[in-house]
Design a protein around this ligand. Sequence first.
Ligand code: CTP
Length: 417
Amino acid sequence: MEEHLPLPLLELARQISTRAAGRDERAYLVGGAVRDLLLGSPNLDLDLVIEGDAVHLAQELAEAGQADLLAHHRFGTATLRCGDHTLDVATARKETYAHPGALPEVTPGTIRDDLARRDFSINAMAVSLSPHDHGELIDLYGGRTDLEQRLVRVLHPGSFRDDATRILRGVRYEQRLGFELEAQTSGLLRRDLHMLDTISGDRIRHELELILNEREPEHAIQRLSDLGVLTRIGLAVEGEGEIAEVFRKARRMAEPEQLPALYLCLLIYSRTMQQLEALISRLNMPTRPSRAMRDTLRLKNSLGLLDRPSPRPSEVYDLLKEYDTPAVQANAIAWETLPAHGSLDLFLTNLRHVRPSLDGEDLKRLGIPPGPEMGAILRALHRAKLDGEVVTEADEERLALSLRAADDAAKTEPQKE
Ligand code: CTP
């Protein structure tokens, strides 16, 4: 721990464990942080479990000015901040499931209870932070051996039935770490695929988002597809190996924070609008990603309009400006070999950033009053700039004044019978 964790976090963990010991309670580092420490890849997302009252402990620490208490919740969990770092503390808990897919009933428990409720052996280890056995590894399910053998293994045969989101989680860890689902685990996962139907849309979507935030999510997506998981949640994807290629292209095209939205648009590209609507409703998709996905299919269906040689840039702009950026990007990736691709690419790299140099204030300075006429002139300037008919600010001024003059002339011209 001392080798891999920053000093302020270590110090905070030490203060928590000392205070816990003073109250005859025990503190442990658990879950992903232990897994990653043993793998030698630092993970600054620390989770501590307290055999005792975690919220009380966190409040004490905050009152003593040793950390800020950011939040505390039901189930005895609290988040502490110290400088740039945050740390979650939770009361050790025991979980029982009223029925498969239900949220668990939670009661306080021991560290053994807390580890027993976890998803995989590699995530079910703890390190004691108590002064008398500081640093001791608690590994009740062979997690360390599984790390060495590179296996993702559930703790018991009912694991996926208790919580089918573990199906998505297992594949995420398998692919992120370059591990393999252990043989029996893989059999249980296939057996329990139908249990995904018992999971709420929000929970499945959350796991999907975690996957799409991985560095190279195509591996997990391909694996989920091969295992039949995607079909089960209404997201069947077509084309062996294609996902990897289009996801790699996505990474070259979009900023990291926009990637998950773009990946989603690529995943639904071969769906019908009806299938997409079913998916949106199954996963209870929020408005933004739903709009991007709908736009993707709407644009795909209108792209024929651009599939011709050299449309005017302003026409391209007018057609594409209505669509969410990830939708345009997804179509640009999918249409790479077709003539429309040139227009999509031009829009993404250039046209969508083009604005006239003059704004309303500049036009007022030129003697053009605000109103519908000014709006029309601004639109004409924008179109002319897109089409390369004006380049400099002086070009724009000339065009604005000539449009104004033409407009005045039209107004004063006697009406023809
Ligand atoms: N956990 C679980 N079942 C779930 C979700 C979480 O057993 N459905 C447990 C696992 O022990 C996991 C810990 O809670 O290690 C913390 O969960 P989370 O923060 O989601 O994952 P990390 O292990 O921290 O892994 P990472 O953030 O690297 O994905």
